[in-house]
Design a protein around this ligand. Structure first.
Ligand SMILES: *[C@@H]1O[C@H](CO)[C@@H](O)[C@H](O)[C@H]1NC(C)=O
Ligand SMILES: *[C@@H]1O[C@H](CO)[C@@H](O)[C@H](O)[C@H]1NC(C)=O
Ligand SMILES: *[C@@H]1O[C@H](CO)[C@@H](O)[C@H](O)[C@H]1NC(C)=O
Ligand SMILES: *[C@@H]1O[C@H](CO)[C@@H](O)[C@H](O)[C@H]1NC(C)=O
Ligand SMILES: *[C@@H]1O[C@H](CO)[C@@H](O)[C@H](O)[C@H]1NC(C)=O
Ligand SMILES: *[C@@H]1O[C@H](CO)[C@@H](O)[C@H](O)[C@H]1NC(C)=O
Ligand SMILES: *[C@@H]1O[C@H](CO)[C@@H](O)[C@H](O)[C@H]1NC(C)=O
Ligand SMILES: *[C@@H]1O[C@H](CO)[C@@H](O)[C@H](O)[C@H]1NC(C)=O
Ligand SMILES: *[C@@H]1O[C@H](CO)[C@@H](O)[C@H](O)[C@H]1NC(C)=O
Ligand SMILES: *[C@@H]1O[C@H](CO)[C@@H](O)[C@H](O)[C@H]1NC(C)=O
Ligand SMILES: *[C@@H]1O[C@H](CO)[C@@H](O)[C@H](O)[C@H]1NC(C)=O
Ligand SMILES: *[C@@H]1O[C@H](CO)[C@@H](O)[C@H](O)[C@H]1NC(C)=O
Length: 703
């Protein structure tokens, strides 16, 4: 599995179980075999074929990466439809039982009189990832053998047909990624075999469907709709006997959850993030593996009973108003905890040190940013060999540079921004210190001493030389992922949309680094951003900067740099933001396509600089400038990863890269374990379903 797909695959798994081998049907046929083939042909001809599929999940590389092609185009009259692409027949009765037209470029509305709906033996109908418009006709309920129905990822609208409650065999129903409106039809309570109901990203307005309690639902996905009100109605306990995954994220649910609310449930994964829940956190029962309530209004401390949750793998409490200390057990019982996101709260005190399992740590992501944590970094982190992201920014940590983290083999993102770290930044002597690092943000601390040359020379992750290493984040973020993050500029908060490329960033701004910028920096060819602003750097800007062909942001302002601006900088066609102001640079400003776009504030406060765009002319010297080798090239064709133009000029600490690294990792790179977990879930669910149906067995064991 490519890492880039992991996140999306989680969603796919949430929505779409895979197909399996069809079993013989006990039902009598209503249409003869030839009639069924004709019905299919007629259905196909009632829809157009489009080349422009606007699929959000299935038919592009962001999602399931299923290649779209018109399956129906190869259907031929006179050839047995059981051999047609996307069609499966029962091998005993010859009935058409599976119609899988996922990503088949189908365009148009489903007509109420569509011949498709006469295929009453079809058990699996997948029309997901097409360009279907209009309402879902009630006549679809004539397909009363349906067990699996997915119309996800189309442009269907209107109300959810009430008659779906008549599909007595349905076990899997997905209408995710459409434009369904209105409320959930209560008739769904009649679907006594429904196990997965997925309605992510629609426009459904309703309160929590507690009446679905009687349905054997295992997975209920209501994310990204207009659900509101309390989750209930039972004020004391959550009472859905079979439910193990409940996703309510991005709705308007509100109210508080009684502390024992989930204690008797069989839930293992809940995602309630981005709602309006308030009050104290409920107790997280020992069964939970994933608990996400980020971006709500929870207050109070983390309940100590959390320590009983030994299965917990992912805990996300960010962006609430939680207080108190981080419980010791979160790091101690960490044998199973992979992701810990406590950012944007009011946690105080030190980050606890482990006592029980000093050499075992399974964390891959730790985001404790934007709290009031103090003290020193706990040393157990040095044994977190799977750690990929560590974001501790905006706290009050006081420590020297944790060079002991440098041996971590998978650390991609290290953000210590805006703390009270101090002293020199020197290596601890590892052979390959920070060899995978892609984001190194030490900004706004009290680091001092020489510019950390040794580290720069060892950031192999940023050189792009070795294919095998250092570009995991790249591959993940390169898939045109769309999201919003905020950047704190100089008193301005900007929303950034659509970040298309990977970050490779070194930000040392607002410290007391001294000495020269080393030439080796030119080897970090993948760098997209470099911020050394507000230090005490001296010497010249290295000529090797000209090799940083991916550089989009360069800020060397407020230092003591001297000498001329190397002409090689003008070759950096990607450069969208440049700030060299407030230094002691001299001589003519290089000319070249990119340099012609910078304004005078990029160069101000350097008494010795002259030439465009500064008002001071250079005189004869100007003619001696080496011309930029790329002066004739087209404007940057790729487009910038951020609308840099929107970022105002200013002196800030870590301004541009104030994007929370943890945010990126947590939200766009669901780790593999989570995907496997979901896979296991769905597999177990199916097994359970088969068993219960087949032999009236007791429920399959969860673990
Ligand atoms: C429906 O999907 C489930 C889950 O993948 C599968 O077990 C079942 O066999 C499918 N039913 C049919 C009729 O294909
Ligand atoms: C998508 O699938 C195609 C072919 O199946 C493959 O070549 C491509 O690398 C995949 N892209 C991603 C991002 O997985
Ligand atoms: C379905 O109804 C439309 C008009 O609503 C008609 O044009 C079309 O021929 C009908 N199709 C079938 C298969 O009856
Ligand atoms: C289908 O559902 C509707 C409304 O839910 C009901 O009136 C009708 O009797 C049902 N039809 C069948 C065949 O069950
Ligand atoms: C469920 O089905 C029964 C019998 O078929 C019917 O009487 C009842 O109205 C249905 N319930 C809903 C909510 O549609
Ligand atoms: C949890 O599952 C068991 C076994 O299926 C069931 O008896 C029990 O009622 C469920 N608990 C809740 C609160 O639904
Ligand atoms: C934090 O939560 C608030 C609502 O409680 C939301 O408006 C805001 O966007 C969230 N911020 C982040 C960075 O998620
Ligand atoms: C939590 O764990 C402790 C000790 O393992 C146990 O005594 C206690 O009953 C547990 N509490 C709950 C609510 O599970
Ligand atoms: C260390 O963690 C692994 C799982 O990551 C677990 O299997 C193992 O038992 C743990 N060892 C100790 C000593 O806790
Ligand atoms: C890290 O693990 C080693 C053994 O692998 C152990 O000796 C050491 O004490 C651990 N360090 C910390 C700080 O827990
Ligand atoms: C910059 O370095 C010089 C000596 O090299 C020192 O005198 C001065 O205090 C430093 N300034 C800052 C702001 O650190
Ligand atoms: C870029 O790197 C190459 C060697 O990798 C070197 O020969 C060349 O001079 C460098 N260019 C600049 C502008 O530093």
């Amino acid at each position: 599995m490519r890492p880039g797909l992991v996140f999306s695959c989680l969603f796919i798994l949430l929505f779409e179980p895979s197909m399996s081998i069809p079993m013989p049907s006990p039902f009598t046929r209503f249409l003869g075999h030839a009639d069924q083939c004709n019905a299919l042909l007629q259905f196909a001809s009632s829809l157009g074929i489009t080349t422009n599929i606007d699929s959000k999940y299935f038919c592009n590389i962001d999602g399931a990466n299923i290649t779209s092609y018109p399956k129906t185009a190869s259907w031929r009259k006179g050839i047995d439809c059981c051999t047609w692409d996307g069609i499966t027949c029962d091998y005993v009765t010859g009935e058409v039982i599976v119609v899988d037209l996922t990503c088949s470029c189908l365009h148009g509305a489903l007509q109420p009189n569509s011949t498709l709906f006469t295929l009453s033996n079809v058990r699996t109908l997948y029309l997901r990832g097409n360009d279907l418009t209009g309402d879902i006709p009630s006549s679809i309920c004539r397909m009363h053998s349906l067990e699996n129905l997915s119309l996800a990822d189309n442009k269907l609208g209107g109300l959810i047909p009430t008659c779906l409650g008549n599909l007595s065999k349905i076990s899997y129903l997905s209408l995710s990624f459409n434009r369904m409106q209105g409320s959930l039809p209560k008739s769904l309570a009649n679907c006594t075999r429904l196990e997965i109901l997925s309605l992510f990203s629609n426009d459904i307005t309703d309160s929590f469907p507690h009446w679905l309690r009687t349905v054997p639902l295992g997975l209920l996905q209501l994310g990204k709709n207009n659900f509101h009100g309390l989750v209930g109605p039972d004020p004391l306990a959550f009472d859905f006997p079979h439910l193990y995954t409940l996703v309510l994220k991005i709705n308007n649910f509100a109210g508080s959850l009684p502390s024992n609310y989930f204690l008797q449930s069989n839930l293992t994964d809940i995602d309630f993030s981005s709602n309006k829940f308030e009050g104290a956190l409920p107790i997280i029962p020992p069964t939970f593996e994933l608990f996400s309530v980020s971006s709500n209004r929870f207050t109070g401390e983390i309940p100590l009973l959390l320590c009983n949750s030994t299965n917990l793998a992912s805990l996300a409490l960010s962006n609430n108003s939680l207080t108190g200390r981080i419980p010791q057990c979160l790091v101690d019982g960490s044998a199973s905890l992979f992701e810990l996101d406590l950012s944007m709260n009011f946690f105080r005190g030190p980050i606890p040190e482990t006592i029980s399992a000093p050499n075992n740590c399974s964390f891959t992501t730790i985001d404790l940013s934007q709290n009031h944590l103090g003290g020193k970094l706990p040393r157990f982190l040095e044994n977190c060999s799977k750690l990929k992201t560590l974001d501790l920014s905006n706290n009050e940590l006081q420590d020297s540079f944790p060079s002991w983290l440098e041996a971590l083999p998978s650390l991609y993102i290290l953000v210590l921004r805006s703390n009270k770290f101090h002293g020199p930044v020197n290596t601890g002597g590892s052979p390959q210190p920070f060899s995978q690092l892609q984001i190194f943000d030490l900004s706004n601390n009290n680091f001092q001493g020489a510019f950390p040359t040794q580290y720069v020379a060892s950031f192999k992750g940023m050189t792009g030389g070795d294919e095998k290493r250092g570009n995991i984040v790249d591959r993940i973020l390169d898939n045109q992922i769309f999201y919003t993050a905020s950047v704190i500029g100089k008193g301005v908060t900007l929303e950034l949309h659509k970040i298309q490329k990977a970050f490779f960033v070194i930000d040392l701004s607002c410290n007391h680094f001294q000495g020269k910028i080393c030439d080796a920096i030119g080897d970090l060819k993948l760098l997209t951003g470099l911020n050394f602003s507000q230090n005490n750097l001296t010497g010249a800007i290295p000529y090797s900067f000209g090799n940083l062909t991916n550089l989009e942001w360069l800020d060397l302002s407020l230092n003591n740099l001297s000498g001329e601006i190397p002409g090689s900088l003008a070759d950096l066609t990607s450069l969208a933001y440049l700030n060299l102001s407030m230094n002691w640079l001299m001589g003519p400003i290089p000319k070249g396509k990119q340099f012609n776009t910078f304004k005078s504030d990029s160069f101000g406060g350097n008494p010795g600089l002259c030439g465009f765009p500064l008002p001071r002319e250079c005189g004869e010297d100007a003619n001696k400038l080496p011309p930029s080798t790329h002066a004739e090239e087209e404007d940057t064709e790729k487009g910038s990863w951020i609308e840099w133009r929107a970022v105002p000029m200013g002196y800030g600490c870590g301004t541009a890269f104030g994007l929370s690294a943890g945010y990126i990792m947590l939200h766009f790179r669901r780790p593999l374990w989570l995907m496997r977990m979901m896979e296991r879930r769905i597999y177990k669910l199916q097994r359970r379903a088969r068993r219960t149906r087949g032999r009236n067995c007791t429920r399959a064991q969860r673990r």
